[in-house]
Design a protein around this ligand. Structure first.
Ligand SMILES: Cc1cc2nc3c(=O)[nH]c(=O)nc-3n(C[C@H](O)[C@H](O)[C@H](O)COP(=O)(O)OP(=O)(O)OC[C@H]3O[C@@H](n4cnc5c(N)ncnc54)[C@H](O)[C@@H]3O)c2cc1C
Length: 286
């Protein structure tokens, strides 16, 4: 590993000041589960490493004024332990419970998972279904970006030099909304998703009032299946419509083949997962 300067500030301001200087090659570290292997392998060669781990003000889960906010340094283990998340955002709780294994969950942060930006990032898919917004700060200002606009390409996002992701926030879904999630991996623990789907489903009797469908590992970034959502909204939902929804979701997928699965397998599985979750949400046989 090449040598670099290391800073471990205690405040967000100090961290922003450290990375705010022009022309600096820096790397932020949160839990380090992605960054440290990259530094070891030399994929990343920064002159300065800024460890955010001591900034306690970025580690929280709050339930206030109908909104749930999660500090970017909150770990996946903190999310699993949170009664707020378990009660109000089971779709996120479920995804966190299937994330890696306990050792990684104790270090991996929600902010690091989003910024690393893998198409299979397990927190991104439920957060997209929850229509979460991301708060981003630099030395001078704060901006807010909807989850859907955060990813700009494979492992790319809207973050600019000198910016830190500080918070994830979403409105508390009404209790009647069904929150459904499935991660398909090659095994149950310590497995990156082959495909994952999160669905928020708001029904009035048999009619779908609102639906959001988000998918992971099925395109270069986590995506919303907007066309599949449109097949449902305002319609009476039966098994025929569920099938159409599954087909529309598979059409919007742009999967690649890799060591985990072929592109064809991923597209097929996408349809199966959407069908299965919809049936689960409506108490129908698939
Ligand atoms: C064995 C193993 C198993 C894994 N299993 C899974 C899995 O099942 N599901 C899954 O989704 N991922 C998995 N991962 C990937 C990884 O653990 C996650 O992406 C993790 O959430 C990254 O968080 P971190 O805090 O460790 O990020 P870090 O490694 O510290 O940082 C990741 C990236 O984000 C940037 N960054 C971090 N925080 C901020 C911030 N607040 N603002 C701006 N930039 C920031 C860093 O500069 C870096 O580019 C696994 C990794 C390993 C090693």
């Amino acid at each position: 590993m090449q040598s670099f300067e290391y800073l471990s500030p205690k405040s967000l301001k100090a961290a922003l000041d450290a990375i705010g200087k022009k022309g600096l090659r820096y790397k932020l570290v949160a839990g380090g589960t992605n960054v440290i292997p990259d530094l070891r392998e030399g994929t990343n060669r920064p002159g300065l490493v800024v460890d955010l781990g001591r900034i306690k003000t970025l580690n929280y889960i709050k339930d206030k004024n109908g909104k749930i906010s999660i500090g970017s340094l909150t770990t996946i283990a903190d999310i699993i332990r949170s009664p707020i998340i378990k009660k109000h955002a089971p779709v996120l709780w479920n995804a966190a419970s299937k994330f890696a294994g306990p050792v990684v969950r104790n270090r991996a942060t929600i902010g690091g998972n989003l910024v690393d930006g893998s198409p299979a990032a397990d927190s991104a898919v439920p957060l997209m279904a929850l229509k979460a917004r991301l708060k981003i700060r630099n030395q001078k200002a704060q901006r807010t970006v909807p989850m859907e606009r955060f990813f700009t390409g494979y492992r790319k996002n809207v973050l600019r030099r000198g910016e830190i992701l500080t918070e994830v926030v979403f409105s508390k879904p009404p209790r009647r909304v069904k929150q459904l999630y499935h991660k398909l991996g090659r095994r149950n623990a310590m497995a990156i998703s082959v495909a994952s789907v999160a669905i928020m489903l708001d029904m009035k009797r048999k009619t779908c009032v609102d639906a959001t469908i988000a998918m992971g590992a099925l395109a270069p970034t986590p995506i919303r299946a907007n066309r599949a959502e449109k097949t449902l909204i305002g319609k009476k939902v039966d098994i025929g419509l569920i099938r159409k929804c599954g087909e529309a979701a598979a059409k919007s997928a742009r999967p690649i083949g890799d060591i985990r699965a072929s592109a064809e397998y991923r597209r097929t599985v996408c349809e199966v997962l959407v069908n299965r979750l919809m049936c689960e949400g409506l108490g129908l046989e698939n």
